[in-house]
Write a protein that binds this ligand. Structure first.
Ligand SMILES: Nc1ncnc2c1ncn2[C@@H]1O[C@H](COP(=O)(O)OP(=O)(O)OP(=O)(O)O)[C@@H](O)[C@H]1O
Length: 860
C-alpha cells in the first residue's frame, strides 16, 4: 500500500474507535439515568392504577414517567443507529481509498487457487471480480479464518485491508446464518411444536416463581391455610406440566438437530461429488473429510442445540419480564441495567472465541491430514521405515493444536469467572433495593421472594443467551466452511443431454491448450491436435511429462481445456449426456480402483439401478466381459465366485487381478471408445502378459487411444502420435516414423541400446522391455538391421554397456503358451491389418487372429 494511504487508514481506525467510545458513553449515561429515575420516582407508575386520592396529578406523574422512559429507550436506539451509520460511512471512505491505492498482486493471490485453498475459494472467486484490495483481503480473511485479523498489518496490506476483510467476513457470516436458518427451517412443523412446548415450559417456570411468592404471603402474612394448600396443589400441577413440556421440547429439538446433521452431510457429500477433479488436486482429502465429519457435526450440534437454548431463553426472559414488571417496575428497571454489561462481555468473548475455534479446527484438520497421509500409505511407510518421522510430524501438529486449545480454555475460564460473578452482583443489588422497598412497605415480602426467583430465572436466561451467542458464533465459524463448500459451483460447466442412437467412435482433439488448475502458470498442452478414426488404434508416446495422460484426462472431461475443442463423432464433448458418454467411452488406467464390494458389483460399477441405470448388466454380460478380460478363470476359482468381496480398495486381489477386473469393468459397457492409460505399466511381468493379452484382444472393433509402454502395442497401432512439450512432435505409423529418422526412431534406438536396468521405453515405465522383446526388436525394428539380426547401424547395441542378448527363439517368456502359438501363427500369416476393418475377438482364450498386440512377431 502506498505510504500516503497508511496514515489515513490509521486515522480512520481511530475515528471508528472514537465513535464506539462516544456511543458507549452515551448509552451508559442513559442506563444510569433510567436506574436513577426508577429508584427516585414516586410509586405511581404502571402497572398500578392512578391513586384515587391523587386525582389527575397521579395520572400526570405516570405520563411523565412513561414519557421519560420512552425518551431514554428512543435515545438508546438512535445512539445505536447513529453509531452503525457513522461506522458504515467511515468504512465506505476507507474502501474507496483502498480501491485506488492497492497494487494488483493481492488480487492475483486471492484468485490463485493454490493460495486460497478449500475455504478461500469462494471468497477468492468473489475477489476476482472485486477491487484488488478488497479481493485480497477477502481471500485472506477466508483462508486465514480470522475475518480481518491481519496480524497487525503484515507486509503493507494489513490496516487498509482489514475493513474489506471484515466486510467480507461479515457478509459471509450473514450468508451462512441465512443458509443455516434455511436448512433448519425445512423442519418448521417439528420446530414449531418444539418451540410451543418450550414457551409453555417457560410460562410454567415463571408461574412457579409467582405461586411460590403467593404461598409465602399466605403462610407468613395472610395466614390463610386453605388458600395456602390450594396454591400448593396448583404449584405441583404447574410443576408437572412444566416438566412435561421441558422434556417434549428437548426431545423434539434433538430430533430436529439430527435431521439437520443428516441434511447437512447429504448436501455436502452431494456438492463434493459434483466438484471437478481439479478441486481435489488443490484440496487434501483429509481436510475435506474433516469438513464432512467434524464440521457438519459441530454445525448441527451447536446450531441446533444453541438455537434451541436461545429460543427457550428468549421466551423465558420475555415471560419472566412480564411477571417482574407486574411485581415491581422499579426493581425490574434496576435489574435490567446490568444486562447490557453481561451481554457486552458475552459479545466480546464470542468474537474472540470464534477466532480461536477456527484456528483450533484448522490445526486439527492439519493433524488429520498428516495421519491420513501416513495411514493411507502404510506399505510405503513401512517399506521406508519412516514411522518415527511420521509420529514426530503428527505429534508436532498435535502440539500446535494443544497450545491453541489451552489458549481457548484460558479464554473460557475468564469468561466463566465474569459470567458467574456478574449475576451475583445483580442479585445483591436487587435484594438490597427490594429489601428497602419491603421495609418502606411498598412491596410485600412474598412479592420480593417471587421477584428474586424471577431475577434468578432472568439472569440464567440472559446468561444462557450470552453463552449461546458465543457458541452460535463459533458454530457459524464451522458452518462457514461447510456452507461455502456446499455452495461452491464446480468450475467445469455441466454437461449437456445429447444422446446419440449409436456412436461411431471418431475422436478428435483440435488445438488443445490446457493447464492444470493447481498449476495455472504451467501450460501442459500447447495447441495439440490429434484424431482417431472409428475403429483405429492410436498410440500416444513421448517423453515423461509430455502431456499424454493429460490428453486422456481431457477426453474423459476430468478437466476442460483453456481453449480448443474435443469432438466425439464431430460433436463437442460437453454436449453429450454425462452418463451416456461414460458408457460409450471407457477408461482403463494404470492403477485400478476397486471398492469394498463383490467382484460382480465392481464390474458393473456405475451401471446399477441406483446409478440411474434401468437394467443393470446381467450375470451373463458380466461373465462375458470377465472372460474377455482374462478374469473369469481366477474369479471362478474363488469359493465366492463373482460374489467374492474385493476388500477395502481391492486388497483381496493381486495387482494383475485388479487390473483384469478393471478391464472387465470397461468392457461390460461395450464401449465404442477405449482409453488405455498405461494400463499394464504397474504390473509385474507375468500379470502384465495376462492383462496385455486381454487388452490386445479387446482392442478390436473399437476406437482405442492407448498410452503404451510396450513396443508391441505401439508398433501395431494404426497411428502413433509422439507427444512432447504439449504438442504433437511427429505422427505416422511405426514404419513411417522409423523411416523418417525423427524423435520416435531416436527414442526407439536409444531404448534398444540402453542397459536393461535403465529400460524406459519412450519414457514410460521401466518394466517394459524384457530381454526377449529387446532382442527381438533389435532384429526386427531398426530399418538398417540385416535379416540376421545384426545391427548394421554401426552396432549401437554392441556399444551398449550391457549388450542385448542374441536373438532368442520367437517367443516371449512372460506370455502364456497359447499366446506363443498365436505369435507363431501370426509370423506365418504376417497380414497387415487396418484399424477400421478389424473384427472383435472371441471369448477368453481365443486366438486373437491378428498381428495386433504381438507386433514383434508380426514384423518378424
Ligand atoms: N493434477 C496435476 N496437477 C498439476 N500438474 C499436473 C497434474 N498432473 C500432471 N501434471 C503435470 O502436467 C505435465 C504433463 O503430465 P502428464 O501426466 O500428462 O504427462 P505424461 O506424458 O503422461 O507423462 P508420463 O509418461 O510420465 O505419465 C507434467 O509436467 C505434470 O507434472
Amino acid at each position: 500500500m502506498p505510504t500516503a494511504v497508511m496514515p489515513r487508514c490509521t486515522a480512520v481506525r481511530q475515528v471508528r474507535k472514537a465513535i464506539s467510545a462516544l456511543c458507549g458513553l452515551h448509552a451508559a449515561f442513559l442506563l444510569v439515568k433510567a436506574a436513577a429515575v426508577a429508584v427516585t420516582a414516586p410509586e405511581q407508575l404502571w402497572p398500578g392504577p392512578p391513586e384515587s386520592g391523587d386525582g389527575g396529578g397521579g395520572h400526570r406523574m405516570n405520563v411523565g414517567l412513561v414519557f421519560l422512559y420512552v425518551s431514554i429507550v428512543v435515545s438508546l436506539l438512535s445512539s445505536l443507529i447513529s453509531q452503525l451509520l457513522a461506522k458504515a460511512l467511515v468504512s465506505e471512505r476507507e474502501d474507496a481509498w483502498e480501491a485506488v491505492s492497492e497494487p494488483t498482486d493481492p488480487e492475483a493471490n486471492a484468485a490463485d487457487p493454490l493460495r486460497a485453498p478449500l475455504l478461500g475459494q469462494q471468497a477468492a472467486a468473489a475477489a476476482a471480480s472485486a477491487p484488488a484490495a478488497r479481493g485480497a483481503q477477502a481471500g485472506k480473511a477466508a483462508a486465514g479464518g480470522g475475518g480481518g485479523d491481519g496480524g497487525g498489518g503484515g507486509a503493507g496490506g494489513g490496516a487498509a485491508g482489514d475493513a474489506a476483510g471484515r466486510a467480507a467476513a461479515a457478509k459471509r457470516k450473514q450468508r451462512t446464518l441465512l443458509e443455516l436458518l434455511r436448512l433448519s427451517f425445512v423442519d418448521w412443523p417439528l420446530l414449531l411444536v418444539a418451540f410451543s412446548a418450550g414457551s409453555l415450559a417457560a410460562l410454567g417456570s415463571a408461574s412457579i416463581a409467582y405461586l411460590t411468592g403467593q404461598m409465602i404471603d399466605y403462610a407468613s402474612i395472610e395466614l390463610d391455610r386453605s388458600r395456602f394448600t390450594h396454591t400448593t396443589l396448583r404449584l405441583l400441577l404447574v410443576a408437572g406440566l412444566t416438566a412435561l413440556f421441558t422434556g417434549a421440547r428437548g426431545g423434539l429439538f434433538t430430533v430436529a438437530n439430527t435431521r439437520l446433521n443428516v441434511r447437512l452431510r447429504k448436501s455436502l457429500f452431494h456438492a463434493l461429488l459434483q466438484m471437478e477433479v481439479g478441486f481435489f488436486d488443490t484440496n487434501r482429502t483429509g481436510e475435506i473429510i474433516s469438513r464432512l465429519s467434524a464440521d457438519t457435526s459441530t454445525v448441527s450440534d451447536q446450531v441446533g442445540l444453541n438455537l434451541n437454548v436461545m429460543l427457550r431463553s428468549a421466551t423465558q426472559a420475555a415471560m419472566v419480564l412480564f411477571f417482574m414488571f407486574a411485581a415491581s417496575w422499579r426493581l425490574t428497571v434496576v435489574t435490567f441495567i446490568l444486562v447490557p454489561v453481561v451481554l457486552t462481555i458475552s459479545q466480546v468473548y464470542g468474537k474472540y472465541y470464534s477466532k480461536m475455534s477456527k484456528k483450533v479446527q484448522a490445526e486439527l484438520a492439519n493433524a488429520n491430514v498428516v495421519a491420513d497421509e501416513v495411514l493411507s500409505t502404510m506399505t510405503t511407510v513401512k517399506a521406508h521405515a519412516v514411522q518415527d518421522s511420521a509420529e514426530a510430524a503428527y505429534a508436532a501438529k498435535l502440539r500446535d493444536f494443544y497450545k491453541l486449545q489451552v489458549l481457548e480454555a484460558g479464554a473460557y475460564s475468564l469468561y466463566a469467572i465474569l459470567n458467574t460473578f456478574l449475576p451475583n452482583v445483580v442479585t445483591a443489588v436487587v435484594l438490597f433495593y427490594g429489601g428497602n422497598l419491603v421495609l418502606e412497605g411498598v412491596m410485600s415480602r412474598g412479592a420480593l421472594v417471587s421477584f428474586m426467583l424471577y431475577q434468578q430465572s432472568l439472569s440464567s436466561a440472559f446468561q444462557l443467551m450470552g453463552d449461546v451467542f458465543s457458541a452460535l458464533t463459533a458454530a457459524v465459524g464451522a458452518a462457514d466452511k461447510v456452507i461455502e463448500l456446499m455452495k461452491r459451483q464446480p468450475s467445469i460447466p455441466p454437461s449437456g443431454g445429447l444422446v446419440l442412437p449409436s456412436l461411431k467412435g471418431r475422436v478428435e482433439a483440435r488445438a488443445l491448450v490446457f493447464h492444470y488448475p493447481a498449476r495455472p502458470e504451467v501450460r501442459v498442452l500447447n495447441g495439440l491436435s490429434l484424431v482417431a478414426q472409428p475403429g483405429e488404434v492410436v498410440a500416444l508416446v513421448g517423453p515423461s511429462g509430455g502431456g499424454k495422460s493429460s490428453i486422456i484426462k481431457l477426453l474423459e472431461r476430468f478437466y476442460v481445456p483453456a481453449s480448443g475443442r474435443i469432438l466425439i463423432d464431430g460433436r463437442d464433448l460437453d454436449l453429450f449426456d454425462h452418463k451416456w458418454l461414460r458408457r460409450q467411452v471407457a477408461l482403463v488406467s494404470q492403477e485400478p480402483v476397486l471398492y469394498a464390494r463383490s467382484i460382480r458389483r465392481n464390474i458393473i460399477l456405475g451401471l446399477e439401478p441406483e446409478d440411474g441405470c434401468a437394467a443393470a448388466p446381467s450375470q451373463e454380460d458380466v461373465e462375458e466381459a470377465a472372460k474377455q478380460a482374462n478374469a473369469h478363470d481366477f474369479i471362478s476359482s474363488f469359493p465366492g465366485g463373482y460374489e467374492t468381496d474385493c476388500g477395502e480398495k481391492g486388497v483381496a486381489l493381486s495387482g494383475g487381478q485388479k487390473q483384469r477386473v478393471a478391464v472387465a469393468r470397461a468392457l461390460v459397457r461395450r464401449p465404442r471408445v477405449l482409453l488405455l492409460d498405461e494400463a499394464t505399466s504397474a504390473l509385474d511381468a507375468d500379470s502384465e502378459a495376462v492383462v496385455q493379452e486381454a487388452l490386445d484382444r479387446v482392442m478390436y472393433g473399437r476406437t482405442v487411444i492407448v498410452i503404451a509402454h510396450r513396443l508391441s502395442t505401439i508398433q501395431g497401432a494404426d497411428r502413433i502420435y509422439v507427444i512432447g512439450k504439449g504438442v504433437v512432435q511427429e505422427t505416422g505409423t511405426h514404419d513411417d516414423l522409423l523411416a523418417s529418422g525423427g524423435v520416435y526412431s531416436q527414442l526407439v534406438r536409444r531404448q534398444l541400446t540402453r542397459p536393461m536396468s535403465q529400460a524406459n521405453f519412450l519414457a514410460a515405465s521401466s518394466s517394459d522391455l524384457r530381454p526377449s522383446v529387446s532382442a527381438t526388436l533389435l532384429t526386427s525394428l531398426l530399418p538398417d538391421n540385416d535379416n540376421n539380426g545384426n545391427n548394421g547401424n554401426n552396432g549401437s547395441a554392441q556399444a551398449s554397456p550391457q549388450p542385448a542378448p542374441p536373438p532368442p527363439p520367437p517367443q516371449q517368456p512372460e506370455a502364456p503358451a497359447h499366446t506363443q502359438t498365436q505369435q507363431t501363427q501370426q509370423q506365418q500369416q504376417s497380414q497387415p491389418q487396418g484399424g477400421a476393418d478389424r473384427d472383435r475377438a472371441g471369448g477368453a482364450g481365443t486366438a486373437t487372429g491378428s498381428g495386433k498386440g504381438t507386433g514383434t512377431s508380426r514384423r518378424g
